[in-house]
Write a protein that binds this ligand. Sequence first.
Ligand SMILES: C[S@@+](CC[C@H](N)C(=O)[O-])C[C@H]1O[C@@H](n2cnc3c(N)ncnc32)[C@H](O)[C@@H]1O
Length: 273
Amino acid sequence: MNYRHAYHAGNFADAMKHALLVALLNTLKRKPAGFCVLDTHAGLGTYDLSSEEAQRTGEWQTGIGQLLTTTAPALTPYLALMRDHGAPAHYPGSPAITAALLRPQDRLIACELHPEDVQSLRRLFRNRAEVAVHHRDGYEAIRALLPPRDHKRGLILIDPPFEQPDEFARTIQAATLAKSRFPTAIIAIWYPIKHRTPVRAFHDGIATSGLRNVIAAELTLRPPLDPTRLNGCGLLIVSPPYGFEQDATTILAAMSPHFGPDAEATLIRIVEE
Ligand SMILES: C[S@@+](CC[C@H](N)C(=O)[O-])C[C@H]1O[C@@H](n2cnc3c(N)ncnc32)[C@H](O)[C@@H]1O
């Protein structure tokens, strides 16, 4: 396990993923019944953007660093949460964002395999009874922990480091398994866009997986031609809530101009309902 998210926290890909995560969670909160979030690859939970890792890449400066002064209403829920967390000094990761939005009836299960990162997560949530931190493989947690015992609604966030060549295929298997065990859940899979070819194969794999009602929100900084660079990223969503396609389109349209003149946002339907 070489990947450390501390080098990348708050970059354009985090901003995109987390603004859409906030929108998904706020949709779940429209109904009073509680929900359960399973964050399969949770990371550290919170990131010090003055750390050596963050300073070395400076990635946050072209991500959240470009957004904090914007006033676009579509970005307000995400940016308000970032400011509450102390951005730009500190940046919240996906479990901290989810934990900040939980109501008493909601739960978060956060899985992290890295032995040091999971200790940070445990410290962060030591006083939060509604958050459970697991030092375990997030893919295995789908089989072991779903469906949740006390919740009929939920969100599964699958956000692996894509260090392994089979990671796209693993996320498809994971989503299929998650859907069979927890049919009402929303599933969100983050993925990198370096070159179009693996992304096309991923979309095709999803389209033939048997999953229904799937969309993908994508944001590219430049045409994805150089496979050695992170040229963009996507969030694939299985069973998006009603109205989310419009919300995601508005959020990405408000965000992408801050990421350079060639940035483009698109929303694609991969499988019909
Ligand atoms: C992209 S980062 C997660 C970022 C986080 N979801 C966020 O948005 O703030 C991926 C994380 O997955 C962890 N990881 C890698 N393989 C894993 C596995 N099989 N199960 C659980 N965590 C894993 C890595 O240590 C890393 O912290």
